[in-house]
Design a binder for this molecule. Structure first.
Ligand code: IFM
Length: 452
């Protein structure tokens, strides 16, 4: 069955700087927390790093040609803060800004709208040395960085995303210890999360001032879930998991402040010992809740939650709940229906003016077969059912008007190194060679059919 989405729907692909650029020390770039973290023993599978990654820093023209071949309307990429401000808040490195200026110009020349993400997890190490996102001063540094970038590109870039997945930056990086900077501390994670949100709220007006008429939003990751049973304990565990994983970020972005049940639960669990979260200051709630032009949602999977673990452990699939569509190679259940359900909920509860799927995709390791082609039918199946789910949400009245497949290229999947392949284009990580997969042709034909 053909996938048909409304006229004007934006089709795109997404990437991020550390995952594809490489050139980790080129042209005055400073060190980021990821440049440092990957060098710590045992942090990355196979001791791999993003030092070279897909070498997009040198091969970006080839990558734009690949994008043009797909026929996309929009390309979402992130800026490496340390290319622009090597020390995070010191002097500007013009060479870094120029790289992104050239990229933007060539995208526009190819008829592709650039969607710029300002932060996709690569904090300058110099700021980390002063407490990173645990330090409220990092919010000021981020706003200056947003100001510098939007002053430079704001005459040509009309779509801005402040933060990518603040949950991941806060919790994977400061509680689970599996992302830079590799901490395992509840207080650090909650404080970092708050400052990430505050940096979003304060950057929005700075961007709007430099880039009048542009649209500014944030990309939130989500983990929809359902309780394993109707038992009271499972219902409570699922509600708590939803608060931990979704509401703690969605509520403040839409001006509601932190959800009271979670404020109480965190205090009861000793995450802090004050009535209100200690990192929250008067006025923060309003600043974080600044109106946005669109909400970005990154969706990959959903979970069944049973009582038993604490919230960070409540991520398994209890026996008997195996998803009918199976799992991706990340071990993530394939649950397309939960996307329509979550989009409907976000529309009904938060009513963002528009929603864009800023990431969705699947890791499957298919490589070149004897005919030289990459037959990644499983990725096509995944993308198809998720696009159908988006369609269902639109039919219910949810204002979704864009979709970015994650990702253009197989790239550096953080602590899993190059072991996971999310690309529409296969990357030979030894040579940098790119080979479009079957999913590339399929996605291109979906875009073409929709345009027709
Ligand atoms: O690769 C990541 C991306 O950086 C953020 N969202 C999830 C993707 C897959 O894990």
């Amino acid at each position: 069955m053909a996938i048909s989405l409304p006229y004007g729907f934006q089709w795109g692909v997404a990437t991020s700087a550390y995952q594809i650029e490489g050139a980790a020390q080129a042209d005055g770039k400073g060190q980021s927390i990821w440049d440092r973290y990957v060098r710590l023993p045992g942090t990355i599978l196979g001791d791999e790093t993003g030092e070279v990654a897909c070498d997009h820093y040198h091969r970006w023209r080839e990558d734009i040609t690949l994008m043009a071949g797909l026929g996309i309307d929009a390309y979402r990429f992130s800026i490496a803060w340390t290319r622009v401000l090597p020390e995070g808040d010191g002097s500007v490195n013009q060479a870094g800004l120029d790289f992104y200026g050239r990229l933007v110009d060539e995208l526009l020349a190819a008829g592709i709208t650039p969607w710029v993400t300002l932060y996709h997890w690569d904090l300058p190490q110099a700021l980390e040395n002063r407490g990173g996102w645990r330090n409220r001063a990092t919010v000021d540094a981020f706003v200056r960085y947003a100001d510098v970038v939007s002053a430079s590109l704001g005459d040509r870039v009309t779509r801005w995303i402040t933060q990518n997945e603040p949950w991941s930056a806060a919790f994977a990086g400061h509680l689970d210890g599996v992302h830079a900077p590799g901490l395992r501390d509840w207080g650090a994670a909650l404080t970092a999360g708050h400052h990430l949100l505050l940096s979003h709220g304060r950057a929005v007006p700075a961007i709007r001032a430099n880039s009048p008429g542009s649209e500014v939003g944030i990309a939130l990751d989500c983990r929809p879930s359902r309780p394993a049973s109707d038992a009271r304990a499972d219902l409570a565990a699922q509600r708590h998991f939803d608060g931990f994983r979704n509401r703690w970020f969605f509520d403040p972005v839409f001006g509601r402040g932190y959800p009271q049940d979670m404020v109480d639960a965190y205090r009861a669990r000793g995450r802090y010992h004050t009535q209100r979260p200690p990192f929250e200051e008067p006025g923060d709630r309003d600043e974080i809740g600044v109106p946005i032009d669109f909400l970005g949602i990154n969706y990959y999977t959903s979970l069944v939650i049973a009582a038993g673990g604490d919230e960070t452990e409540a991520t398994g699939v209890p026996p008997g709940s195996e998803p009918p569509d199976g799992f991706t190679e990340m071990g993530w259940p394939i649950t397309p229906d939960a996307l329509a359900g979550f989009l409907t909920r976000v529309h009904e509860v938060y009513a963002p003016p528009r929603i864009v799927i800023t990431e969705n995709g699947a890791s499957f390791g298919d490589g070149p077969s004897s005919d030289g082609r990459i037959h990644d039918q499983r990725r096509i199946d995944y993308l198809r059912v998720h696009l159908e789910s988006v369609r269902q949400a639109i039919d219910r009245g949810v204002p979704v008007d864009g979709y970015f497949a994650w990702s253009l290229l197989d790239n550096f999947e953080w602590s899993l190194g190059y072991s996971q392949r999310f690309g529409l284009v296969w990357t030979n990580h030894a040579t940098g060679e790119r080979i479009p997969k079957d999913s590339y042709d399929w996605y291109g034909s979906v875009i073409k059919d929709n345009r027709a």
